[in-house]
Design a protein around this ligand. Structure first.
Ligand code: MN
Ligand code: MN
Length: 327
């Protein structure tokens, strides 16, 4: 069995204990770890409502509902992967470059050890810090982005180039992404102009608006993503504003008319057969949440990612006659 597993909620109530993701042990080690959850509580890259600095705390608390068996993907992820909650990166509010340095320095030893990272935001600007750490080890990454926004804009308020609306533009410029292997799912809402969607396609991304996404079944989208990503090392970036605000009200830049939680989770679960090296779930603003609706959904997104990584480890260890593949 894996070295590190969650506390058993049949042995101790799930409302007990210090809040870590899925009741995992809080450890800062790279030994005998397959996946590490890392809080990235930076939110001063946001351009509208702020407060996602408390996202990791809220998602961890809601994640105590997670159980070991994923019936949709038919896997027990914690029987496959040794998982820990690594704690938070020491970000500095208001200082995005110092915070990027902190995020990258926190993730670098994990990536170097072949550990898959799951970041919990924070606003979406944090993705650039994650991608810097992961691409330094794994090379330029494919990106699967669930979001109602492309986050590929060049600059805000004149020439301010580092916000939660620009991380993937900067990542492209820094050579951290393979646009031709990348997919954006769920774009919608009023834009500054038609060029907002077109520029992503001009960069080489496959872009599906919410309308286009919902015209396809999860199986069709899974096939599209697999075909697109191929065998590239891949990063999942999941902005909770992908969902309709009725299902994820606690977020900073909500866009109405989006997928339900069931639809969104179904599309995510369809993304099997991908070589995930990292992922994140971002833009949860707990102060705006009601009954932990958004936090529970974000925790479930994290759990589905963990399950997808577990399935991939199982597939790799079968094709490598028993040894789990590490880069
Ligand atoms: Mn985003
Ligand atoms: Mn967004």
């Amino acid at each position: 069995m894996p070295r590190y597993q969650p506390a058993d909620s049949l042995m101790s109530p799930r409302f007990t204990g210090v809040r870590t993701f899925a009741r995992l042990p809080h450890l800062q080690t790279t030994a005998e770890v397959d996946l590490a959850v890392v809080g990235l509580p930076f939110d001063t890259g946001a351009t509208f409502k702020v407060g996602a600095r408390f996202g990791p705390e809220a998602v961890r608390s809601a994640s105590h509902m997670v159980r070991n068996y994923n019936p949709e993907l038919q896997v027990k992820p914690f029987d496959v992967l040794s998982c820990i909650d690594y704690g938070d990166a020491p970000v500095i509010p208001g200082y995005i470059h110092d915070s990027y340095a902190a995020i990258t320095a926190t993730l670098a030893p994990l990536a170097a050890a072949g550990i898959v990272t799951l970041g919990i935001g924070g606003d979406h600007s944090i993705a650039l810090g994650e991608l810097r750490a992961l691409a330094a080890v794994h090379g330029p990454l494919a990106l699967v982005q669930f979001d109602s926004h492309g986050d590929l804009w060049d600059a805000y308020y004149g020439d301010h180039k580092y916000t939660h609306g620009t991380p993937f533009r900067r990542a492209l410029e820094e050579g951290l992404l393979q646009a031709e292997r990348s997919v954006q799912l769920g774009m919608r809402g009023p834009l500054y102009g038609p060029e907002d969607l077109q520029m992503a396609r001009d960069f080489g991304f496959t872009v599906l608006t919410t309308t286009e996404l919902l015209a396809h079944s999860p199986a069709e989208i899974g096939a599209l993503v697999r075909q697109r990503v191929g065998d590239a090392n891949c990063f999942l970036s999941f902005d909770v504003d992908f969902f309709d605000p009725a299902f994820a009200p606690a977020t900073g830049t909500p866009e109405v008319g989006g997928p339900t939680s069931f639809q969104g989770l179904s599309y995510l679960r369809a993304c099997t057969g991908i070589n995930w090296v990292g992922g994140d779930v971002v833009e949860v603003l707990p102060a705006l949440d009601h009954s932990q609706i958004t936090a529970h959904l974000a925790a479930q997104v994290g759990y589905e990612f963990l399950s997808l990584v577990a399935l991939q480890h199982l597939a790799q260890s079968q094709s490598n006659s028993g040894s789990v593949n590490k880069p």
